[in-house]
Design a protein around this ligand. Structure first.
Ligand code: 4LI
Length: 183
């Protein structure tokens, strides 16, 4: 956990730089290590053994690298099913986003923010995402609900935005018209 940068470190408030292909061995290794972190953090026994906080997303600035890469591992509702969304995203771009909003009903947490900050983090319920994999292949993904929220949270990290920047401090649990609460 000590290798996760914490709020206050300027790398979390900077705009991360695009990566160029072919990626260096070091960049590929970083992507794989970020995904491995999420896998271990979601295994109760291993997370306890290595004192890791569970996460479903991790962006390169959170491991000290101001580059546009993020790992996302959103499990499905049933353990024996494959994950809802598992990818290492390079140079992601949100191509379009729904007008309809969505927020996690329990608020958001972040591996780089140690304290709980109450409030809904209103995002877009659906997004169309263009991204590249570690080999430089282009992908387009249409995401909805929890996976869409997680990707927007990680995308924010690449632009120096943290989840609590979106919380309405005067009305932390206010729902905008038509917004859906998830989870
Ligand atoms: C303040 N209240 C809260 O944090 C909060 C409180 C309750 C519920 C939710 C849903 C909350 N919110 C929240 N919970 C998560 N986890 C739930 C548990 N889970 C997990 C845990 C154990 C094994 C496997 C897994 Cl999968 C890991 C992920 N993750 C995020 N976020 C926001 S988007 C990026 C994502 C992230 O990875 N954060 C570290 N938010």
């Amino acid at each position: 956990m000590d290798d996760i940068t914490r709020d206050g470190n300027p790398v979390l408030r900077s705009r991360a730089k695009e990566l160029t292909f072919p990626l260096s061995d070091k960049e590929i290794e970083m992507g794989k290590k970020m995904m491995e972190y999420l896998e271990v953090s979601q295994d109760e026994k291993l997370a306890e053994k290595y004192h890791l906080r569970a996460g479903v997303g991790l962006a390169a600035p959170q491991v000290g690298s101001p580059t546009r890469m993020a790992a996302v591992l959103v499990p499905s509702d049933y353990e024996e099913e494959p994950p809802a969304f598992k990818e290492i995203l390079v140079n992601p771009t949100i191509l379009s986003e729904s007008v309809q909003g969505a927020a996690l009903g329990t608020g958001e947490g972040c591996l780089s923010v140690d304290e709980d900050i109450p409030g809904y983090v209103w995002r877009h319920d659906r997004i169309k995402l263009r991204w590249y994999d570690l080999d430089g292949n282009k992908h387009i993904s249409r995401l909805k609900d929890y996976p869409a929220i997680v990707v927007q949270h990680e995308f924010d990290h690449l632009n120096g935005v943290l989840f609590y920047d979106h919380i309405n401090k005067d009305a932390r649990f206010k729902s905008p018209d038509g917004g859906v609460l998830i989870g």
